[in-house]
Design a protein around this ligand. Structure first.
Ligand code: HAM
Length: 416
């Protein structure tokens, strides 16, 4: 019986796993400089956590969640994103009692039952950052600039930072009324989902990917033209902050986020030709979510990078494979035991050492060392054992150095 991984769920194999490590390390280093702390959140949560925050009428909640009843007959869901869990943890552990703003980051898998295609998976990984406790727009600019710094440090360029404001409790109702008025006589042109969601949440019609809906909504009003004074000032503050930091951005008045918790600032980083998979990272403000989860009225903002979408963009991608410092080729049991001990001692001293584990010929052992890209090779055979000395061959410059069977001696010779 042969098994295969599930559709839309992939293994990350070496050498690509080195690219993942690089992405994670660069992100962690950058987060540290901006004062973010890692938070490790559960992969599984109560279903209601997501339905309440992401929104009953969102595609994620309606169609994409991995939801099932556990053995205790409770409805649970594999997390489709990290923000809801983070805010749950923030409220549950009263983290708002710590000095504000609180800055957190997380790295891990998320699950959405989407139609798999290039850049879109059912298990994918996000590198997310969230700040709670300030609504100052300079923080919005700072978080966008941190996202920009991570991507640039990874050598990614040619992306657009798209920003917008999607208003607040004050201005959004007026916009919804206006949008409904504008679309009412065209509803027949929209898909079934849009029609069903129209009364509950007409904003969803702006996010629908069905081509006939994209066509039908052309010319409909944009929320950015309906912002209240506070939201306009906030948006101007974000633009000013980004300009001070020299971060290029474009305003995309048509951006609609697929999650309902957003207020005011929303942004997406896009790369490549227009198409649904071009968002490599996205985020925004969610000033009502902490209160929605039973905490004090504390504002929040964050983003998540889609790791699968940046892996192919990292230039040196598949060439970062590292290689061992030393490979022991051995002939006979005694030599094999000697190298077994020396290998262990040299690893203790910090070297990456590989040895031969079977009785294959010297030629095939040399081929193996070559395939691994070993920087140095030692051959241990009868003669070497008799003399108590062996030769280290540097595989790059072909230099040879005689050494004793001593880890210190070998280390010295290799470090030369
Ligand atoms: P999101 O836009 O749903 O936002 O996802 C963020 C990023 O995750 C996307 O821009 C994309 O790069 C990646 N992504 C989403 N779905 C998939 C998929 N099926 N396969 C591969 N990559 C995917 C959020 O999740 C928010 N929690 C972000 C946020 C944090 N907002 C505030 N704080």
């Amino acid at each position: 019986m042969q098994f295969r991984s599930l559709k839309g769920i992939q293994d990350i194999l070496p050498p690509e796993s080195y690219v993942w490590q690089k992405i994670e390390e660069t992100s962690r280093e950058t987060f540290k400089k901006y004062g973010y702390h890692e938070i490790r959140l559960p992969i599984i949560e109560s279903t209601e956590l997501f339905t309440r925050s992401i929104g009953e009428t969102s595609d994620i909640v309606e169609k994409e969640m991995y939801t099932f009843n556990d053995k205790g007959d409770r409805s649970v869901t594999l997390r489709p994103e990290g923000t809801a869990s983070l805010v749950r943890a923030y409220v549950e552990h009263h983290l708002y009692n710590e000095p504000s703003p609180q800055k957190y980051y997380y790295i891990g898998p998320m699950f959405r039952y989407e139609r798999p295609q290039a850049g879109r998976f059912r298990q994918f990984h996000q590198i997310g950052a969230e700040v709670l406790g300030s609504e100052d727009p300079s923080l919005d600019a700072e978080i966008v600039s941190m996202l920009n710094a991570i991507l640039r440090r990874l050598g990614i360029d040619g992306f657009d930072i798209e920003i917008t404001s999607i208003g607040c409790k004050t201005c959004r109702p007026d916009f919804k009324t206006e949008l409904k008025k504008s679309l009412a006589d065209r509803l027949g042109l929209f898909c079934e989902d849009c029609n069903r969601r129209f009364d509950l949440n007409p904003l969803r019609t702006l996010d629908c990917k069905v081509p006939s809906c994209i066509e039908a909504r052309k010319g409909s009003p944009a929320i950015i033209d309906f912002l209240c004074g506070e939201c306009s000032r906030h948006m101007n503050g974000l633009k000013h902050g980004l300009s001070l930091l020299n971060i290029p951005f474009v305003i995309n008045p048509n951006m609609v986020r697929g999650l309902d918790y957003y207020t005011r600032t929303a942004f997406e980083v896009t790369q490549g030709s227009p198409g649904s998979q071009k968002a490599i990272a996205a985020g925004g403000r969610y000033d009502g979510l902490v209160a929605e989860f039973g905490g004090p009225p504390i504002p929040g903002i964050g983003f998540a990078i889609g790791a699968e979408r940046i892996v192919p963009l990292i230039k040196e991608s598949l060439t970062v494979r590292e290689s061992p410092d030393l490979f022991f080729c051995t002939l006979g049991k005694e030599a094999s035991e000697k190298s077994f001990v020396l290998t262990s001692q040299l690893r203790e001293k910090g070297l990456w050492v590989e040895m031969n584990y079977d009785t294959s010929s010297l030629k095939s052992q040399m081929r193996k060392a070559d395939r691994l890209g070993a920087k140095n090779v030692i051959v241990l055979g009868e003669d070497e054992l008799k003399n108590g000395r062996a030769t280290i061959k540097n595989m790059k410059d072909k230099n040879e150095i005689a050494v004793a069977f001593d880890a210190g001696d070998i280390l010295k010779a290799i470090s030369k």
